[in-house]
Design a protein around this ligand. Structure first.
Ligand code: GCB
Length: 728
């Protein structure tokens, strides 16, 4: 019999980098906390990039009784980021990497009264990832800590946090069978392994054939089998598994069980407003309910190993998962071993989850590091490790937009993916389409996906003329409408993942009216509000719940005489009522546009087959200032929208590429950009030396380049005046 006790209560927390003896001596003065716990739940989410990064202590008494012949272990579900475990002052282990589980043995070390002291640190260092990334590196014992008692003969617990059992189902779709290999690790003479009602007694491994196999078939039918292993001593473990076949085709994208199954979904971070990363099972389950409502069939679990209970939820809900380690943004020469350790732990601990389709080697690793032999070697080593440990799954990588598509690093993983933010950070929306078209034409034999895309939106901000950088809910919706169309027209994209399903903490951010948040979520950080863009994807992906959604509910006060009413629905026909009068009906797909005169306050109602939605909007005489985030930029746009530009002359509405073709106009902008470059130093050099970036900038209008560079209204007008003096 295996006895598992979760150590939730009784912990004292000391926010101090002190020696173990001092921590034990002053434990009683520490704050009483329960697990899961992070010390950055507040300061990691409020901006300023000033959250506590250091060593802290968790101390508690341990009165575990050691029965003769039993072995005792402690399991840490996640200790961020590094952890030193002490029992009665003696160090038992050190673990580096904040997102994978590990165990340590206590047997033979327990006295009558014991003190367990755990030092956890999220201090910066040069050996363990992540160190540089756009999210808060919460510190703490933010997943469960368990005491596990097993008989002398038991399944392996120590090696890389192993579950002790590994199940490999190989499906023959034609014969409708699965050959299931079950391997176990233990210190007994033999083991009884049971799969699908059949038990085999073997030394370590057994093979089973399941006839008429019930497939794990994505969101529609995620059927799970269970494999159980039992030793004569009574130690028993079990794991669920699923029988499915994944495959990717460079032309047709992803296939599940032999049929085309385009992976369309979102990314998720493990964190929540007010709680940090210390989530309860109910929090995880609530997130999964939102994912199911959205109708996504895939998740990228970024940028690190997520909780086991969340991979379980993905198994149960048929969500195909991209799992990865936090090898991110910047390669560290001394971090090689840590990448391999984290990958080994990820695969060991997650191998049995049927939901996982690919292992992600790294994310935007060339954003702050050069593609050199050291970086390539680290990726090759990771790739080989994945293939050696798991020949059944593909490897992938999330590439940063400025990584040249010809780069040799793209040849390392089995399949690739790009994170592209054209239409948000830089460039125009359409450049995304061009990017993929170029890639696909140049490398038709390669599998490519879209691992991140998104735009920040604060649901307080609104506009009838949304544009890049305004943080409005309306621009985010427009951005995603474009991307949704772009994706639907490119079935070769093996997977696409919106960045991000939820707003999340990035304490270094301060923008869009919020401190410490990345607001690219389709849903707010506290999960209380679904932004309009959420319903766009719901309309496209959710096939089961008929619904209709009126956009712009929070855009109550509008000052135009005629306004647009936009409706998202998964139904083919939508009717619109204004003040209970039917004003129109439209057939279409996903997005429906109506225009209505705005006279006073109106009750708007949209209806489709079996569903409806209502909102109130009203006419006001002056723009509601509270809807505008960037007031200075808004005035520049309005001025240039006013049509004061003569198209036969150059202006800031022309692209950099067009302007550069003219000797005089080109010389002016080149001189201006050289001046800016010398002021910016390094970054500018990176731009100059990067042909992909150069090409991309060539396609951007001078106005958007200037706004992106933070130019003020006066200098924009000044350059426009100069350009306007030059005939095309
Ligand atoms: C990225 C990163 C992600 C960031 C995101 C953003 O490419 O992979 O961690 O949060 O961009 O919002 O800028």
């Amino acid at each position: 019999m295996r006895k598992i006790t979760t150590l939730t209560e009784g912990w004292r927390f000391l926010k101090a980098a002190i020696p173990v003896d001092t921590a034990m001596a002053y434990a009683a003065q520490g704050e009483a906390v329960t697990l899961p716990h992070t010390w950055n739940a507040v300061d990691g989410q409020d901006g300023g990039n000033d959250y506590h990064r250091g060593s802290c202590w968790y101390v508690r008494e341990l009165t575990a009784e050691e029965t003769a012949g039993e072995r005792l272990f402690l399991e840490f579900g996640g200790a961020a980021m590094s952890c030193d475990v002490f029992l009665n002052g003696e160090q038992l282990c050190r673990h580096e990497g904040g997102y994978s589980a590990f165990r340590v043995e206590l047997s033979g070390k327990l006295a009558e009264k014991n003190v367990l002291a755990v030092c956890v640190s999220n201090e910066d260092n040069t050996t363990a990832y992540p160190q540089k990334a756009d999210f808060t590196f919460y510190g703490g014992l933010y997943r469960a800590v368990k005491l596990i008692a097993v008989p002398a003969e038991h399944f392996e617990l120590l090696k890389d946090g192993t579950p002790g059992i590994k199940v490999t189902p190989v499906v023959d779709l034609e014969k409708k069978t699965a050959t299931v290999t079950v391997e176990t690790w233990h210190n007994a003479a033999s083991v009884d392994i049971t799969v699908n009602g059949e038990t085999k007694t073997v030394e370590r491994c057994a093979e089973f054939v399941i006839e008429n196999v019930h497939l794990w078939d994505g969101v529609e039918d995620p059927f799970l089998y269970t494999a159980t292993a039992r030793l004569a001593s009574g130690d028993e473990i079990s794991t669920r598994f699923g029988c499915r076949v994944f495959r990717c085709n460079p032309e047709k994208g992803f296939f599940l069980n032999g049929r085309s199954y385009p992976l369309r979904g979102v990314s998720r971070h493990q964190d929540l407003k007010g709680k940090g990363n210390a989530l309860s099972y109910a929090d995880h389950a609530a997130d999964m309910a939102i994912i199911r409502e959205l109708g996504a069939n895939t998740l990228r679990l970024a940028h690190y190993q997520h909780a086991q209970e969340f991979y379980d939820l993905c198994d149960e809900n048929g969500i195909v998962v991209w799992a990865e380690i936090p090898y991110i943004t910047k390669h560290m020469t001394e971090g090689r071993q840590n990448t391999l350790d984290q990958m080994r732990e990820l695969i060991t601990q997650c191998y049995n989850h049927p939901c996982i389709a690919v292992w992600g080697l790294s994310n935007e690793i060339t954003a702050a590091s050069a593609v050199n032999e050291e970086l390539l070697e680290n990726h090759r080593a990771l790739n080989e490790l994945c293939h050696r440990m798991d020949p059944t799954r593909l490897t992938t990588m999330a590439d940063v937009f400025m990584l040249e598509i010809e780069s040799p690093i793209l040849e390392i993983p089995d399949i690739n993916s790009y994170n592209l933010y054209f239409g948000w950070y830089l460039g125009e929306l359409e450049q995304t389409d061009e990017f993929f078209d170029e890639y696909h034409a140049k490398y038709p034999e390669r599998v490519i996906g879209f691992s991140e895309y998104g735009a920040d939106a604060n649901p307080a901000f609104h506009s009838s003329h949304p544009e890049k950088g305004d943080y409005t809910e309306e621009y985010q919706a427009l951005y995603h409408e474009h991307m949704l169309r772009m994706i639907e027209q490119r079935p070769y994209l093996w997977a696409t993942h919106v960045w991000n399903l939820f707003d999340f903490a990035a304490d270094g951010r301060d923008e869009g009216g919020k401190h410490g948040e990345n607001q690219k979520g389709l849903v707010t950080f506290d999960r209380s509000m679904r932004k309009d863009a959420f319903y766009l994807y719901k309309a496209a992906w959710n096939k089961t719940e008929p619904f209709v959604h009126l956009c712009g509910k929070r855009y109550l006060n509008r000052c135009e005489a005629e306004t647009e009413i936009k409706v998202y629905s998964n139904q083919p026909e939508v009717r619109l009522y204004v003040d209970d009068t039917l004003i129109g009906s439209q057939s279409g797909k996903t997005v429906f546009h109506f225009r209505i005169p705005l006279l006073g306050e109106h009750l708007i109602r949209a209806e489709a087959e079996g569903c409806g939605d209502t909102m109130v909007i009203r006419h006001v005489s002056k723009p509601d200032e509270s809807y505008i985030f960037n007031k200075a930029a808004a005035s520049v746009t309005n001025w240039f929208d006013a049509g004061e530009i003569d198209p036969s002359c150059f202006s800031i509405n022309d692209t950099l590429g067009e302007i550069r073709q003219h000797p005089q106009a080109g010389a002016i902008v080149n001189a201006m950009m050289a001046k800016g470059a010398s002021e910016r130093g390094d970054v500018a050099d990176a731009v100059k030396d990067n042909p992909a970036l150069q090409r991309m900038m060539g396609r951007m209008t001078m106005l958007s380049l200037l706004k992106q560079g933070g130019a003020d209204e006066e200098s924009i007008k000044q350059l426009n005046r100069v350009l306007h003096g030059i005939k095309k």
